[in-house]
Design a protein around this ligand. Structure first.
Ligand SMILES: [Zn+2]
Length: 305
């Protein structure tokens, strides 16, 4: 029964529990995942609870959900004790808690999750992993609270997103991905290593106006030679910010905020674009809309299936 809950529904259920106990309190964030996972699972699934949450050697994995050994009941959530960033650990724990709630009946022996599983939220990656991430993001960073920290129309700096990462006990990358989910602005996150795009994510408005990089099942895309990400010598304390004219990242001016991360061994570029796309893009969009409309109308006059 409960396993048919969606990731969002599970997160909402737990958010309601946490708000009832802690709304407005300084203790509301970050969400105490280990205690929450143990206490809630013991209450709701007393015969099959999470009985252990701890760090351990997990070579090759960031986190895992393991069935208790024979003779013992319940589950263990393990994070890789080689990870030193509290934000990464917290998100990984919430991700594994998501697997417990959503997937434990389908995977009775448990699951092991690599860095990509926990870091990439797109559904082009494995679906169960993106579901666990959707749950973790919604549980740790409720949008109503996030919107109060950074308005949907605001153009945040990395420091401002970093303050939210601190508030929610997650990495800057996770907080940036969450902000991209609700911002009204046009913005693109590019994660690169050694001058190639590993993966990228655009805000809804950026995507709809053509500002996006498709990386799945394609040859790797090189980052622009004049981008800040390609010139780490310009960074100060692993950070930097620069305004570009058109033709660097896109065929329009943009602002690029960069952070290199020792934690992950990659570079994050947050690219802010103007609220309005250049006219050329709007024309293309309008043409696409007109085409969609024609296709829909054509479908409507055809036989119903
Ligand atoms: Zn996973």
């Amino acid at each position: 029964m409960s396993e048919s809950f969606s990731p969002q529904r599970w997160a909402n259920t737990l958010t309601t529990v946490l708000n009832a106990a802690l709304a407005g309190s300084a203790d509301r964030f970050p969400v105490p995942v280990p205690d929450l996972a143990r206490d809630y699972s013991r209450q709701r699934f007393p015969d099959d609870p999470i009985s252990l949450v701890q760090g351990d050697a997990l070579p090759g994995f960031d986190g895992a959900l393991y069935k208790a050994p024979p003779g013992k009941k319940g589950w263990g959530i393990i994070y890789n004790s080689a990870i030193t960033s509290p934000g990464r650990i917290n998100f990984t724990l919430a991700h594994e808690f998501g697997h417990y709630l959503l997937h434990r009946l389908r995977f009775p022996d448990g699951l092991e999750c690599g860095q990509q599983d926990v870091m990439r939220w797109d559904s082009e990656h494995r679906q169960i992993e993106s579901q666990a991430n959707e749950f973790a993001a919604a549980l740790l960073m409720p949008l109503d609270d996030f919107r109060r920290q950074i308005d949907a129309r605001a153009k945040p700096t990395l420091d401002e997103i970093g303050a939210c990462a601190e508030r929610y006990g997650v990495s800057l990358l996770a907080a940036t991905l969450r902000w991209l989910e609700y911002t009204d602005r046009r913005a693109v996150l590019v994660v690169s290593r050694e001058d190639f795009i590993l993966w990228s994510r655009s805000s809804d408005r950026a995507r709809r106006t053509g500002a996006l990089f498709r990386t799945a099942n394609r040859p790797p895309i090189e980052i622009p030679a004049t981008s800040l990400a390609a010139r780490p010598g310009l960074l100060e304390k692993s950070r930097g910010q620069v305004e570009h004219g058109r033709g660097v990242w896109f065929d329009e001016p943009c602002e690029e905020l960069v952070l290199t991360s020792d934690q992950y061994d990659f570079t994050i570029s947050l690219i802010h674009l103007e609220m309005l796309a250049p006219m050329r893009v709007f024309r293309e969009e309008a043409e696409a809309d007109a085409f969609d409309l024609m296709a829909r109308n054509a479908g409507r006059s055809g036989p119903r299936r």
